[in-house]
Ligand binder design. Structure first.
Ligand SMILES: [Zn+2]
Length: 174
């Protein structure tokens, strides 16, 4: 599937709803297992319908849409790069999504290597010998798009599921 042919509409953050109002007793949080159950069963369903590659690409697109909306609604997109990264790290940690580090970056930030430890999507999964964080690839590309306006190709190089202890992503501006 060519992703340029299918445009995923921009996510409207209002659809998240008023959680405080709606979940007065249960609140904002839920176990990671519930998130993973949802994510993996949706992936299995897409895979059964469309095959592995298309399911992975759909997860990337969904992640991209999420990353764009997340950045626009939670981060100061006008901040300088270091301040932007610091805020992104802080928000990702507060929301228990993962512990982000920028491992390498060139001067104009067109080539980055990022790591995410204790990743929501994969840390602790059985090792299957391949990377599985396609949603995260899209999410990071979406965050970078929202901040820089540029298109980045984000590829997961190392993953808990490929036998590493942290997820490592290369991000190259196209
Ligand atoms: Zn991973």
């Amino acid at each position: 599937m060519d992703k340029k042919q299918v445009k995923v509409p921009e996510f409207d953050w209002k659809r998240i709803g008023d959680i405080e109002e709606g979940r007065k007793n249960l609140g904002q949080s839920l176990p990671v297992a519930v998130y993973r159950l949802m994510q993996f069963t949706v992936f299995d369903t897409l895979q059964a319908h469309y095959g592995t590659e298309t399911a992975q690409e759909m997860f990337r697109q969904a992640g991209f849409s999420a990353g764009m909306a997340f950045a626009k609604n939670n981060l100061n997109l006008k901040a300088a790069f270091d301040a932007f990264v610091a805020e992104l790290q802080s928000v990702l940690k507060t929301l228990a999504i993962g512990i982000l580090r920028i491992e390498k970056s060139n001067a104009d930030k067109t080539k980055l290597v990022l790591t995410v430890s204790e990743d929501l999507d994969c840390s602790g999964l059985p090792v299957v010998g391949e990377t599985v964080c396609h949603y995260d690839e899209g999410f990071l590309a979406g965050v970078l798009k929202a901040y820089t306006g540029g298109d980045y190709e984000v590829i997961e190089i190392d993953c808990w599921a490929s036998g590493d202890r942290t997820c490592r992503f290369s991000a190259d501006k196209k």
